[in-house]
Design a protein. Structure first.
Length: 384
């Protein structure tokens, strides 16, 4: 099965089967990305909403060519993300940051079509620099679907957005839109509907005075069995009621189930349980597992031999989880860890100097394209 190195097609004599590509590596399957993109396109068609890729979740620009025809642009959380969106994705480029600095605001504006300020004070401070593009404000509805306090934008004393209608009213003529984040891995349409209804009740007078409203991300509408037509009708109704262009900011929904982390077994031992140590690390390569105390998923996960799969860093809790295998594991065996795209690749780091996973793209014809490898120089240059 051929693959290309940094975009260069290898000669047949250089072809290596997938088993010979050095692990660890992230493997992105473009056919699965396309499946999600087709759902995004269908939602856009039915609802009239626009869709922006949330770069905070997924920013692997090697697959932007696959995604670009199905989405309207990107949304960002920093200067570097907005620049990446402008340079590598195109389309509409929305800029947002919890706080902009004096040293970056001019460059942010130069790359953006719209800029969303997190607070009224930031809007007032940088309104002059942003005169040439559309300006928006983050609205905090003080409700959300999040069950994690760490990720809940509506948590008590949240710094994420303005919530007082009276204060927002004082600047309503200086903005053209709102951004509202209130979903987190929300696969429940009825919950989405109820939350949006509450937002309409609490902020309808303000929503009807702007031109566009972003309802953010966190809606798991590419998940199996999600009632897409109901979501589309609800979005269309919202847009019609308030006379606004609706935006969605899918991150996880854009790349659900599209990537794996491919690892190899380095050692096995028994310390009351059968353990397998692999050439990767949750702290370095799948940090969300550690932050939210999730267990990884592998495929397949079946058979009579159960192992705790552990990372190779010095962190005692560097554990992917416990899984079942058809045969006893041995050194060199490959394990495929699922869901390694959203909030995974963007958080990878050099903890312990563990080898950074390469990035491999599986094209729709089965061809594997090795787009990036990392080495010692990358590790060294990330430090000082």
């Amino acid at each position: 099965m051929p693959f290309s190195l940094y975009g260069r097609l290898l000669n047949p004599s250089e072809v290596q089967p997938v088993q010979q590509i050095q692990t660890p590596y992230y493997l992105i399957d473009t056919s699965k990305v396309l499946r999600n993109m087709q759902t995004v396109a269908r939602l856009r068609e039915l609802s009239g909403a626009k869709a922006l890729l949330a770069l905070k979740c997924f920013a692997t620009w090697s697959v932007f060519d696959t995604m670009r025809p199905y989405m309207d642009g990107t949304t960002s959380s920093s200067l570097y993300e907005v620049r990446l969106g402008r340079e590598e994705f195109g389309g509409e480029t929305h800029a947002y940051s919890v706080a902009y600095g004096d040293d970056e605001i001019d460059e942010v504006v130069s790359h953006a079509d719209k800029i969303i300020f997190n607070s009224i004070s930031q809007l007032e401070r940088f309104e002059g620099q942003a005169q040439g593009i559309a300006r928006g404000l983050r609205l905090n509805p003080r409700i959300s679907s999040s069950s994690f306090d760490l990720a809940d934008p509506a948590r008590p004393f949240s710094r994420l957005g303005e919530w007082d209608p009276a204060r927002i009213e004082t600047v309503i003529d200086r903005i053209s839109g709102f951004m509202i984040h209130f979903n987190c891995e929300n696969a429940d349409f009825d919950l989405f509907d109820a939350l949006l209804t509450q937002i309409e009740t609490d902020f309808g007078g303000l929503l009807s005075r702007v031109d566009w409203v972003s309802l953010g991300g966190g809606i798991h509408f590419t998940g199996e069995g999600y009632p897409l037509e109901k979501l589309a009708a609800r979005l269309k109704s919202f847009a019609g009621t308030f006379g606004v262009q609706v935006y969605l900011e899918p991150g996880e929904a854009a790349i659900t189930g599209s990537a794996t982390l491919e690892v190899s077994v380095l050692d096995t031992l028994n310390n009351g349980k059968d353990l397998a140590i692999v050439d990767s690390s949750i702290e370095a390569h799948m940090l969300d597992l550690l932050i939210y105390r999730y267990a990884a998923r592998i495929a397949p996960d079946e058979g009579p031999h159960r192992y705790m799969v552990c990372g190779k860093s010095c962190l005692a809790g560097d554990i992917f989880g416990e899984f079942n295998f058809a045969e006893p594991l041995k050194v060199g065996d490959r394990i495929s860890i699922q869901d390694a795209a959203g909030y995974t690749m963007v958080k990878k780091n050099w903890f312990n100097g563990v080898r950074m996973p390469s990035i491999v793209i599986k094209e729709t014809d089965g061809t594997l394209r090795l787009v990036r490898q990392f080495g010692f120089d990358d590790f060294k240059q990330a430090l000082s």
